[in-house]
Design a protein around this ligand. Structure first.
Ligand code: TPP
Ligand code: MG
Length: 624
């Protein structure tokens, strides 16, 4: 068998052909062949000295579309967007050193939100490792706390096994990011390809199923409960358990609240939906879980007492009791029995002690529960509980209005030219987007107030519809994630609802969108501020502005930066809207565009996201 160099491959079968697997190949070609075998159709890859061998091999792949992001962080966020939209592993690649370190935020994000990502990085040649050579960083070591698993490939023959394992680990059990670091000399070595058929990882058994006894116990708890609530999270989505959850909720008539990660796992338009809970969640969801509370003072001491009881049974499925959900954790569903089902036992009793912890694949558990309920239907209807919840929904619906603060704001003086009734509130713009897209769009977000409003004023009907950096809260996530989602789902409308601060953090990805013809839209709710930090300044720091203004202090009347000019530079169409009367037509043009599109909506910065439970406080402290 004659060795096949990249050059001879090119001359034999043209630049687009795959390497012939019957012949020996380069390590780099072998890795690309392995990716093809995993069904990878897209990779977000930025080249450099230590990874250009891979890029050379990628130019010859017929199956993989290589997208060049304009920053590695854009690439890993796009891979995450792809993964969140599909459930398949998102794949990104970077060179050693700065290329790899630029991936770190995205890996941390994928780790926090349990998103399957495979990140392939070039590394300096093995002979240079540990010598502090040009662009050497210990990427394996650096990322250890933020990956599900990682590999430093030290033998070219290991590539097929490593890649197969990497994808298996990323998507099975509790999903997460996997790093594969490959020294350059290994990419350049010749090898005879041998592909393993199966993966066998000692000690890794991601498939776990609850036994019937414990599931029966759960049904027993439901039958004796008066006020049960389902608290569901991202595990329902990654576990493909939405359909089973809907059947279970309908069979038991138990109301459902979700975490932000769980948004869409249960249709928010369903009568049993309590929307999402936590710091900025629906008041009625928080009350349903923890009860209504009153805070009184006893000298210096605060006393929190429950005035109306909340859930007496909390079914926590595929969640992790994040502090943004629980607030002061001792008061979270203080008086209820908690059943926690999760695939990852390390979450049990980590943040909140529970009465019953069950390790299981959530879809299996729900389907089994549904089968049991079919045989022995529940007779209870929880009528009084539903009445109480209806009362709470009436007492504190989500809502917004033009307040005195808005009318007196700098925004009004500088931009609105006395047209007070033409002001666009950020919530309004999102509600309009919901209407104009029929609630069908895939939404991504940045991080901040706009993110919370995107959660509140768009209603999500299906899983993988809201793609947001929840656990890490990484600004700059929105637009690159939208690109990844749009590449994965080209027939869907994909809109990034973004903040002016967040959007600017990965603004360079407008180039990727234009050059790669990815028609993801960006709706910027431009308040010229780091709005969420401003909100905290207003509430806790007497409105003293600590570097939260993003505009030009010497010319506050001007909108800064000028996204119209920026977008022009990228050849991306862009419009700016300041007055309500222009919003609908502009948004329609954005949605109808077949190209990437930017809509810069100028909104006041004075709005606060409500409801609001300050960090570490209780439902009794909720402002709504
Ligand atoms: C990378 C990063 N840096 C800083 C923060 C802290 N932070 C959270 S929200 C926020 C303000 C975001 O501003 P913008 O994107 O304009 O959204 P807005 O709140 O105004 O809607 C900041 C600075 C963060 N979450 N991520
Ligand atoms: Mg802002």
């Amino acid at each position: 068998m004659s060795p096949t160099s990249a050059k001879s491959l090119k001359s034999k079968s043209g630049p687009q052909s795959s390497p012939d697997l019957s012949q020996s190949m380069l390590g780099s070609e072998l890795l690309v062949a392995c990716l093809e075998r995993e069904g990878v159709d897209t990779i977000f890859a930025y080249p450099g000295g230590a990874s250009m061998e891979f890029h050379q091999a990628l130019t010859r792949s017929k199956k993989i579309r290589t997208i060049l992001p304009r920053h590695e962080q854009g690439g890993v966020f796009a891979a995450e967007g792809y993964a969140r939209a599909t459930g398949r592993a998102g794949v990104c690649m970077a060179t050693s050193g700065p290329g790899a370190t630029n991936l770190v935020t995205g890996l941390a994000d994928a780790y926090m939100d349990s998103i399957p990502v495979v990140a392939i990085t070039g590394q300096v040649p093995q002979s240079m490792i540990g010598k502090g050579g040009f662009q050497e960083t210990d990427f394996f070591g650096m990322t250890l706390p933020i990956v599900k698993h990682s590999y430093l490939v030290t033998d070219v023959n290991d590539i097929p096994r490593v890649i197969k394992e990497a994808f298996h680990v990323a998507v099975t059990g509790r999903p997460g990011p996997v790093v594969v670091d490959v020294p350059k000399n290994i990419q350049q070595q010749r090898v005879q390809a041998v592909f393993p058929k199966e993966v066998s990882l000692r000690g890794y058994r991601p498939e776990v199923q609850a036994d019937d006894d414990v599931l029966n116990e759960i049904l027993g708890l439901i039958s004796t409960a008066e006020r049960p609530v389902l608290y569901v999270g991202g595990g329902i989505i990654s576990g493909e358990a939405s359909e089973a959850l809907r059947k279970f909720a309908e069979a038991t008539q138990i109301p459902v609240t979700s975490t932000i990660m769980g948004v869409g796992s249960f249709p928010e338009t369903h009568p049993l939906s309590l929307r999402w809970l936590g710091m900025h969640g629906a008041a009625y969801a928080n009350w349903a879980v923890s009860g209504e509370m009153q805070v009184t003072k006893n000298g210096d001491q605060e006393v929190v007492t429950q005035t109306v009881p909340g859930a007496d049974l909390l079914l926590a499925f595929g969640v992790r009791f994040d502090d943004r959900v629980t607030g002061k954790v001792e008061k979270f569903c203080e008086k209820g029995t908690i059943v926690h089902i999760d695939i990852d036992a390390s979450e049990f009793n980590k943040n909140r002690k529970v009465q019953l912890a069950v390790r299981s694949d959530i879809r299996y558990a729900l389907e089994r529960l549904n089968a049991m309920l079919k045989k022995r239907p529940l007779t209870k209807k929880f009528t009084a509980w539903h009445k109480q919840i209806a009362h709470w929904k009436e007492k504190a619906p989500l809502g917004y209005r033009v307040t005195e603060e808005v009318l007196k704001s700098q925004h009004m003086r500088d931009h609105m030219e006395g047209c007070a009734d033409e002001v666009i509130l950020p919530q309004m713009a999102i509600a309009m987007l919901y209407e104009l897209t029929g609630g069908e769009a895939i939404i991504t977000t940045g991080v901040g107030q706009h993110q919370m409003w995107a959660g509140q004023y768009y209603r999500y009907k299906f899983p993988r519809q809201l793609l947001t950096s929840a656990g890490l809260g990484a600004m700059g996530y929105g637009y690159p994630a939208a690109l990844g989602a749009k590449v994965a789902c080209p027939d869907r409308q994909v809109v990034d609802i973004d903040g002016d601060g967040s959007f600017l953090m990965n603004v360079q990805e407008l180039a990727t969108a234009h050059i790669e013809k990815i028609a993801a839209k960006a709706l910027i709710l431009n308040n010229q501020h780091l709005g969420m930090v401003v909100q905290w300044e207003d509430r806790f720091y007497k409105s003293n502005r600590g570097h939260t203004y993003l505009g030009d202090p010497e010319n506050m009347k001007q909108i800064y930066p000028d996204y119209l000019a920026i977008a022009r530079g990228f050849n991306v169409p862009c419009e700016r809207v300041m007055f309500k009367r222009d919003l609908r037509a502009a948004m329609t043009r954005m949605l109808e565009s077949k190209e990437p599109y930017l809509l810069d909506v100028i909104v006041p910065y004075t709005e606060h996201v409500l409801p609001f439970i300050p960090a570490g406080r209780t439902v009794g402290h909720m402002i709504y």
